[in-house]
Design a protein around this ligand. Structure first.
Ligand SMILES: [Zn+2]
Length: 64
């Protein structure tokens, strides 16, 4: 019987950036958008990272 990881209970959520349903959704953004921001929209990526860091600091989510 395979171990059940936390990810398996996650439900697809619409990405706030591209509106696609994504199972991997970090602070509202899907993996595609996170990669796109990191490569082509560095300022946007920086804002997203800062917001994510605030959430982690406030305890709303746990990092790693
Ligand atoms: Zn997206």
């Amino acid at each position: 019987m395979p171990a059940v990881a936390d990810e398996t209970i996650a439900e697809p959520r619409p990405c706030r950036r591209c509106s696609k349903d994504a199972l991997l959704n970090v602070h509202g953004c899907c993996a595609d958008c996170i990669g796109d921001m990191g490569l082509r929209h560095v300022d946007e990526h920086g804002t997203w990272r800062a917001e994510l860091a605030e959430l982690v600091k406030s305890g709303a989510i746990t990092g790693g």
